[in-house]
Every structure is written in structure tokens, then in C-alpha cells.
Design a protein around this ligand. Sequence first.
Ligand code: HEM
Length: 421
Amino acid sequence: MDLSCADPTIGDQRAFDWWSLLTASEFLKDPYARLAELRARGAVQHDAASGVYFVLGHKEFAQVAKSSRAGRDTRRWAGGWSAPEYSVQDPIGHRLFTAFQPQMINSDPPDHGRMRGVYEPAFHPQAVAALEPMIRAEADRLLDAMPEKGLVEMIGAFAGPLPLRVLCNLFDMPARMDADIARWSAALIKIGDIMMTPDQKREALDALEAFNEFLRGHLADLRRCPHSGLMGRVLAAEENGVLDEEETLVNLVSMLVAGHETTVTLIGNGLLLLLQNPRELARLRADRGLMRTAVEEFLRVEPGGNMILRIALDDIEVGGCRIPAGAPILGLIGAVNRDPRRFERPDVLDIGRAGNAHATFGGGIHFCVGASLARLEAQIAFGALLDRFADLALAGPAEWRLDRINARGLKCLPVRVGGAQ
Ligand code: HEM
């Protein structure tokens, strides 16, 4: 049996440069038609230049995400960030990725479960439901600061600050640190791009060092009095030797980064989708019972995070393609979530879509630990916006951020609001 991967050069015979495609501004502004073309050529494709296996099919991604033969420990990546030659070739990158390594998302069992177990109970749906009054109060505070009628830039006024305030409350971070945490977060989220420029690596390393220094002092302050809640669990885990100091710091940094930027993107992209689809907006206004499925549909249609990484721990076969041990595998979620073999009318926003098995939160043991929080936060944010304003309309072109590959989100979303209640 032939187990070679789909070769996208067949047909036009030109060398295909994945990284030029993934970083092109036209692609970053609107990737979906191109992703559909690529997926039609093969659900799994190999890029010989980088060694990456791209997964674009829904069934194939689910297989990879759930497989115990595909892990997340990037030290298993042959020729990757931990390879001896990499430290010589790219010393800043080597320092950055080594410092960012000891955390749950970059670990395989048993370390992964040990770290995840510290956080998981605080993110169970029941525990998250108790945060509803706090989230609602933060959303109302931001809405109170808006005019009753006029123009509002929704990323700066709502989608950006809401997730940050929620996380800082949950993790006992002082409000005076909001601007610093937002800045560090913007630099560190680019690590998910896999391909970073030298300047971005330097900036991310500086951000990580500054974030760690702040957290060291802050944790020392918190230790002075007994703590319950999530930070109580984190402090106890360090004290009891479940986490060492480095793991405590890096997991916290990662939580604050992963939980912030992604949720900003969900609220911003979801609002843009509603404004571009006024019939769906009217449908949601008329039937708030659709809020849960509406948020899932925003996550499917505009997933924000477009790449999910695994490293083959063994030779594995996916979609008729043999992937060798040590190879990096990247799920391209923008393609996976619109696979026509899995979703009917995949490019259409249907806020009542049933059985919406999107891959935006990943899968298997690494399935996003903060998914319940992100879902609740988005449901509250959209409910509060619709309660407050009877009229919401796009007031100009929305602007996508083009400085990152794996966080497709808006820089600017101008909205005309009116009919305040
Ligand atoms: C819309 C919002 C969010 C999206 C789209 C998102 C997406 C993801 C994805 C794709 C993964 C990797 C899954 C995999 O490899 O299979 C992940 C993991 C993770 N996410 Fe989220 N996330 C969101 C919100 C949050 C929030 C609010 C938090 C915490 C406050 C959070 C914390 C984490 C952590 C700690 C992991 C690593 C889990 C593990 O390795 O076991 N995320 N998330």
C-alpha cells in the first residue's frame, strides 16, 4: 500500500511554500478559501522544507489529538527546539523555548496529569458557574462606560478588557498589573505560531522574564496569609512538592496568556460574525435559548487559534499517510472546522447548529482546561451586549491583526451602538 502523503505540488508541479502561505497578509486576512483548496488536495500533507505534517481533515485531526502515540512534549521533536544544534543556531529561541517548556501543555504523561490536576478542579463547569456574578459585574462595568448611542471600538472597550479582568480576579492578580499582563500576554501568545521572527522571540523572552519576576514577588506576598480558591491550590501544590518553582511560574504565565488572548478573540470574532450576519443576530435576540449553540458556532467558524501541535511519539498512520516518530504534526483548525465531510454547509454561520463537534479546544488529554470558563464568559458577554443595546451595527471595516499566525483576532472592531436600555 502506498502511504506517501498527499503532495500538493502534483498538478501544478511548482514547489509549494507552506510558510510563505501561512504568513502572507492576504491569507491572514481571509484564509478559508485557500484552506478549502488545500484540504481538497489531501487531509494530511507533508511539508518537506520544515518537516511538518499538516492535518486539515476533521476525522484525521480527531485521530491525532486523541492518540497516545502523538504527544505534546516538544523535546521529542527530532531536530526541533531542543536539538543540540538549535542552541547554537538560535540561542535566543533556545532560551525562550527551554524556559517555556515545564508546563502542562508541553508535557506528556505522567507530568502532564500531575500539573493539570492542580488546576482542573477550579475549571469544572460547577466551579466555573460560581464565577457568573463576577463575570457579569465586569461586563456591566465595561458597558456602563460606553455611550448610550454612538461609535464604540469593541476590542479596546469590551472584548479586550473583559477576559483580562476575569482572569485577574480568578488568579488574584492586582488590577494595577492589567496593562503589563496584557502586554506580556501579546508577546507570549506568539509562541503558539511555531515560526517566530528573531524580534518576536527576543520580545517574548523579555516578557517571560518580566512576568516571572512579578509572579515571584506576588506569590511571596500571597504566601503571607492563608489562601483558598485557585491560588490556594497553586500555593499548596508548590509547598507540597507537586510543582517545583519553575513549573509553578510557567504554568501560571501560560494560564494567563492562554486564557486571555483566546477569549478576547472569541468575543471579538463572534461579535464580528453576528454583525456580518444580521439575520443570525436577530435570531439570537429573538431566542436567547440559542446562546449556547451560538457561541459554539462562533468557535467553529472563527476558531482564533489555528494551529494545534502534536509530536509523533512513534511511527503512526493518519489518513493514509505514515508519520515518522519525532515529526511535528500541526492541525490547521480553520480547515478542520469547515471539513465538508463532517459539517453541512461548513462556511455558513448557523447559530442553532446541532452536533457541532468543532476542534477549537483541541482534544484528548490536552483538551482546553479553561473551555468552560471561556464558554461561560462569551455567553455572558453576548447576553450583556444584547441586553444593553437594541441596535448594534458595523460602523466601518474590522481590522485583523496580521502580526501572528496562530491567533486570528481583530485589532479593531468599530461598532455603532444605540437603543441603550
Ligand atoms: C476561547 C477561548 C480558548 C480557546 C479557543 C482555547 C484553546 C485551547 C487549545 C486549542 C488548547 C490545546 C488543546 C490540545 O492541544 O489538544 C488549549 C489548552 C489549554 N488551555 Fe485553552 N483555550 C481557551 C481558553 C482558555 C482559558 C480561559 C484558559 C484558562 C484560564 C485556558 C487554559 C488552557 C490550558 C492551561 C491548556 C493546556 C491544557 C493541557 O495541556 O492539558 N484556555 N486551549
